[in-house]
Structure formats: C-alpha cells, structure tokens
Design a protein around this ligand. Structure first.
Ligand code: PEP
Length: 250
C-alpha cells in the first residue's frame, strides 16, 4: 500500500515543514508514504526529514536533461534536491499546461534516466465518462504516457477521474474497481513486461479519512493519491492508518 500526498502549490513553507515533521513522527509501517511537494521546498524538507522513511517527490520535470528552459526543472535537479520520485501527467498539468501523453512519456524517460521513480496519472473528464468513453480515454493515456522501455520497478500509476479531483465527488467503488482492472490488464500491452501485474495502481480523487478504508479494501487498489486531505496531518494520518489496516488484513 502506498499513500501519496500531492500538496500542489498550496502550503506555506512553515506549514509544509510542520506537516512533514508531524507525518514523520507517526509510524505507519509498512505503508509507503510519498510527499509530492512544491519544488522550492524539496531541499530544506529533505534536510529536515534526514533519514526518514518518507519519500519526497517533485510535481513535474522537464523532458530534456538540461538547456534553455526558463522556469523549468530537470529530473537531475529534483534528484539532487532530495526527490526520489516524480509525479507526471497530473490532470492539472494535462489541462492547464497542454501536456500530451507523448510529452509525459518523454518526461518519464528522462526521470528514469536520472534515477527517479515515476507516478503517472490517468483519468477521464466528466464529459468523456458521460459519453461512454472513460475506459478508452484511460487506455489511450496509459499506452501513450508509459514509455515502451519503462522498467516495471520504477513505475506507479494513479487513476484519477478528473471530475473527482478537488470536488468532494468520489467515483463509485464499482467504477474504481472496473477501471483498475482495465489498467492492470492493459499494463502488459504498454510493454512494461510480464511483471506488470506488480505495478501499483493508486486511486485519486477526493480521498479522505472517511472514504479511504472502503476504497483501499478493493482488491486492485494499491493505495491513494491524496490532494486536499493531505494538507491536514490528522486526515492524512488517518488515511495512512486505513492503508495499514488493509495491509494487516491481506
Ligand atoms: C489530486 O490532486 O491528485 C487529488 C486527488 O486531489 P483531491 O484529493 O483534493 O481530490
């Protein structure tokens, strides 16, 4: 089970430091915890956490190793500042920055080349779901966003229906289970190899302390990507506890 926080462009530096310290003080073993934090905070929070089991991640990286890309951040820079993973293809980047799946694949290649793990987000809009296209949209995103030569042990996927992000609306348990089955069965076709069954597939979209246990109890959900609730240490701790409880049952 993996519980990942996406802080986006939200917490102040003080709040971020306090959140990281509180989360580090709780023992959630064996739940793998990841914080995707604003890039300027990576180095100081990495120093603050020291040898913590919490993994730090960047929220994006550039597809090139280096160059004239004002305002962008390279995979090597993330790694040098304490990140071991990067979040790619979040729907806010796909929508607000026009990122296509082919670009996300190029970023993933660059991240892996610099020793980072990669969490790639997939998800349909409400219009696509209403038009009966949700499954095909997610399959297409998966096939085009995951590089052909992606090492299986570097990859994680998050299924995040766009209409469920930050809205308080959660996909039904049946819909989550069905989409996770689809993603898992499509992973080998995206050429990540026979070990694809072991690629973790997280759910994201208004996960909170109240709904996490039911979502994590679905057999094919391997954790959550959490936005809003990750800014509240108590709520995020409770979500990690649900993940831990689920692990002790299975
Ligand atoms: C997200 O931003 O990835 C997310 C899932 O946000 P929220 O939990 O707030 O819906």
């Amino acid at each position: 089970m993996i519980v990942a926080a996406n802080w986006k462009m939200n917490p102040s530096f003080d709040t971020a430091g306090r959140l990281a310290t509180v989360l580090d003080a709780c023992s959630f073993n064996p739940v793998r915890r990841i914080l995707f934090i604003p890039h300027p905070y990576l180095m100081p929070i990495s120093e603050r956490l020291g040898q913590s089991e919490i993994q730090l991640g960047g929220q994006d990286c550039h597809q090139d190793a280096a160059g004239a890309h004002t305002g962008d951040v390279s995979a090597a820079m993330l790694r040098d500042c304490g990140a071991s993973i990067v979040l790619l293809g979040h729907s806010e980047r796909r929508a607000n920055h026009g990122e296509a799946s082919s670009l996300i694949a190029a970023k993933a290649r660059q991240a892996v080349a610099h020793g980072l793990d990669v969490l790639i987000c997939l998800g349909e809009t409400l219009g696509e779901r209403h038009a009966g296209q949700a499954e095909q949209v997610v399959i297409d995103q998966l096939r085009m966003s995951v590089p052909d030569d992606m090492p299986q042990d570097k990859l994680m996927i998050a299924y995040e229906p766009v209409w469920a992000i930050g809205t308080g609306k959660v996909a039904s348990l049946d819909d989550i289970a069905a989409m996770h089955d689809t993603i898992t069965s499509e992973l080998p076709k995206s050429q990540v190899g026979a070990a694809a069954a072991r690629t973790p597939v997280l759910y994201g979209g208004s996960v909170n302390a109240e709904n996490a246990a039911a979502i994590f109890a679905l057999g094919n959900v391997h954790g959550g990507l959490v936005g809003g609730a990750s800014l509240d240490a108590e709520a995020f701790g409770s979500i990690c506890d649900s993940a831990r409880a689920q692990m002790s049952k299975s």
